[in-house]
Design a protein around this ligand. Structure first.
Ligand code: C2E
Ligand code: MG
Ligand code: MG
Length: 417
C-alpha cells in the first residue's frame, strides 16, 4: 500500500453495540430491544450529522465518518461514550454504548480491512469491565506510513518514548563494563510498543534521525546519573543503517557527544554499511576518532562480509541471539559461534553474545572464550532506577558465586584437565 500524503484525512469506521443488550432484550422483549437499537442509531446520527449510520444487526450499528486526524476523530466520538436515558423505555433505563473503531487515511482505506479492524477493536472493547465504558479503540492500518509518522513525531514531543538499559557482563573481569540502551514507546492507545514495531517505519519516514538524537540526549543525561552513583559505564545506542550515511545526523550526534564528553558506543549492523559503504565508513571513522566505540550488532543474521568487517573501526562484535539461544540444542550453531569468536579475536575485537538465557549457554560461551555476555539470564532490559539497584547490589555476582555456578563448575573441570 502506498504511503498516504501528509495531512491526509482519515476514513473511520465504528461498530457500535448496546452494552448488556441480552439482558435488556430478556427484560423488555424483542420488539423493545429492536426499538432500542434504532433509537441508539438515531441518537448517533443526530450527534454526528455528517456520518453515515445504519443499524446492521440485532445489536450492531455501523458508523462511517471522515475526520481530519485522530484527535478530531476521538473528539467527535466522545459524546457516544456518555450513557443516555432511553426514550423508548424511559428514565429507568440508561443505555451505554461500546465502540470498536478503525481508521485509515482516505486514499488507502480498504473497506474489508476497516471492517475487520473495527471488529477486532469491538471484541477488545467488549472484553473490558462491563461497568466501565470502554474507550474507543483506534486500530490504524499497520502499514500506514503517514499516520505512524505523525504519531512518531508526536511521541517525541509528548514524551511517550523511554529507554531501558541492559547490562553487558564481562566474563573475565567479572564486572558490568557497559550497557545497551533500548528504546520503547508508550503509545496512548496501543500501550507498550517495542522497537521492532516502529523502528522500520521510523527509518522509512525520516523520523529515525530526531528519535535517535532524542535517545542520545536521554542516554547522556542518564549516564551522568550513573556516574554520580559511582558507575562510570559506556552506554551503547543502536544506530539504524540509514543514519550512517546521513551527514546531518552524524554532525549532530558528534556535536552532542563532544560537548558532553559522554562515553558513547554505537551498535550498527553489517548490512547498514553495505548500503553506502564509503560514506558509512568515513562517518564511522570520524565517530571512532571522537572516542565512540563501535559494535557490530546481530552478527551472523545478515550478509556477513569479512571484507567490510575489516574496514570498520569496530572494537566489538555481537553475535546474533539466534545462534546463542540455540547454542545448547543445535549441532551447527556451536561451530558458528566458536569460529566467530576466533575471527573477531583475530581482528582484535571483543565478542559479545546476546540472548544469553540459560546457564548452559553461559557455560559454553565461557569455554569458547567469549568476552562479554548479555541476555535475560544476566538482566532483562530495565529502567535506569532498576539498573542502579542491580549495579549497587552487584547482582551479577550470583552467576559466579553460586555454589553450583556453571562457570565455577567449568573452572573446576578446566583445572583438572
Ligand atoms: P538489538 O540491538 O539486537 O537488541 C537486542 C534485543 O534482544 C532487544 O530487543 C532485547 O530486549 C532483546 N533481548 C535481550 N536479551 C534477550 C534474551 O536473553 N533473549 C531474547 N530472546 N531477547 C533478548 P528489543 O529491545 O525489542 O529491540 C529490538 C531491536 O530494535 C534491537 O535489536 C535494535 O536493533 C532495535 N532498537 C532498539 N532500540 C533502538 C534504538 O534506539 N534505535 C534503533 N535504531 N534501533 C533500536
Ligand atoms: Mg543492539
Ligand atoms: Mg542484536
Amino acid at each position: 500500500m502506498p504511503a498516504a500524503p501528509r495531512g491526509e484525512r482519515l476514513q473511520a469506521l465504528a461498530l457500535v453495540q448496546i452494552v448488556e443488550f441480552g439482558a435488556l432484550r430478556r427484560r423488555h422483549g424483542p420488539d423493545v430491544a429492536d426499538a432500542l437499537v434504532l433509537e441508539a442509531a438515531e441518537r448517533i446520527a443526530a450527534a454526528l450529522p455528517d456520518a453515515t449510520v445504519a443499524a446492521i444487526g440485532r445489536n450492531l450499528i455501523e458508523l462511517g465518518l471522515v475526520a481530519a486526524d485522530i484527535a478530531e476523530l476521538e473528539d467527535r466520538l466522545a459524546p457516544l461514550r456518555t450513557p443516555f436515558d432511553s426514550g423508548t423505555i424511559g428514565r429507568s433505563c440508561r443505555l451505554t454504548l461500546t465502540l470498536g473503531v478503525a481508521a485509515a487515511p482516505l486514499s488507502s482505506a480498504d473497506a474489508v480491512e476497516l471492517v475487520e479492524a473495527a471488529e477486532r477493536a469491538l471484541a477488545a472493547a467488549r472484553r473490558g469491565k462491563p461497568e466501565v465504558m470502554p474507550a474507543p479503540e483506534i486500530i490504524l492500518h499497520a502499514t500506514d506510513e503517514s499516520v505512524l509518522r505523525d504519531e512518531l513525531r508526536q511521541a517525541i514531543v509528548r514524551d511517550e518514548l523511554f529507554v531501558q538499559y541492559q547490562p553487558k557482563l564481562h566474563l573475565r573481569r567479572r564486572a558490568i563494563t557497559s550497557v545497551e540502551a533500548l528504546i520503547r514507546w508508550t503509545h496512548p492507545r496501543r500501550g507498550l510498543v517495542l522497537p521492532s514495531d516502529f523502528i522500520p517505519a521510523a527509518e522509512r519516514s525520516g523520523e529515525i534521525g530526531p528519535m535517535t538524537l532524542w535517545t542520545l540526549r536521554r542516554v547522556i543525561a542518564d549516564q551522568r546519573v550513573l556516574a554520580r552513583n559511582g558507575h562510570e559505564l559506556p552506554i551503547f545506542i543502536n544506530i539504524a543503517g540509514v543514519l550512517l550515511s546521513d551527514s546531518d545526523f552524524v554532525d549532530a550526534a558528534a556535536a552532542l557527544i563532544e560537548a558532553s564528553g559522554a562515553s558513547i558506543g554505537f551498535e550498527i549492523t553489517e548490512t547498514s554499511v553495505i548500503r553506502e559503504p564509503e560514506a558509512a565508513i568515513r562517518n564511522l571513522q570520524r565517530l571512532a576518532d571522537l572516542g565512540v566505540a563501535i559494535t557490530i550488532d546481530d552478527y551472523g543474521a545478515g550478509l556477513s562480509s569479512l571484507a567490510y568487517l575489516k574496514q570498520l573501526p569496530a572494537s566489538e562484535l555481537k553475535i546474533d541471539k539466534l545462534f546463542v539461544t540455540q547454542l545448547s540444542s543445535s549441532h551447527r550453531d556451536p561451530l558458528i559461534v566458536r569460529s566467530t569468536i576466533d575471527l573477531a579475536h583475530a581482528l582484535e575485537m571483543e565478542v559479545v553474545a546476546e540472548g544469553v538465557e540459560t546457564s548452559t549457554s553461559l557455560a559454553l560461551l565461557s569455554v569458547m572464550g567469549c568476552d562479554l555476555v548479555q541476555g535475560f539470564l544476566i538482566s532483562r532490559p530495565v529502567a535506569l532506577e532498576t539498573l542502579l539497584v542491580y549495579l549497587r547490589e552487584e547482582r551479577y555476582n550470583s552467576l559466579f558465586n553460586e555454589a553450583r555456578s556453571p562457570l565455577d563448575r567449568l573452572a573446576a573441570v578446566r583445572a583438572q584437565a
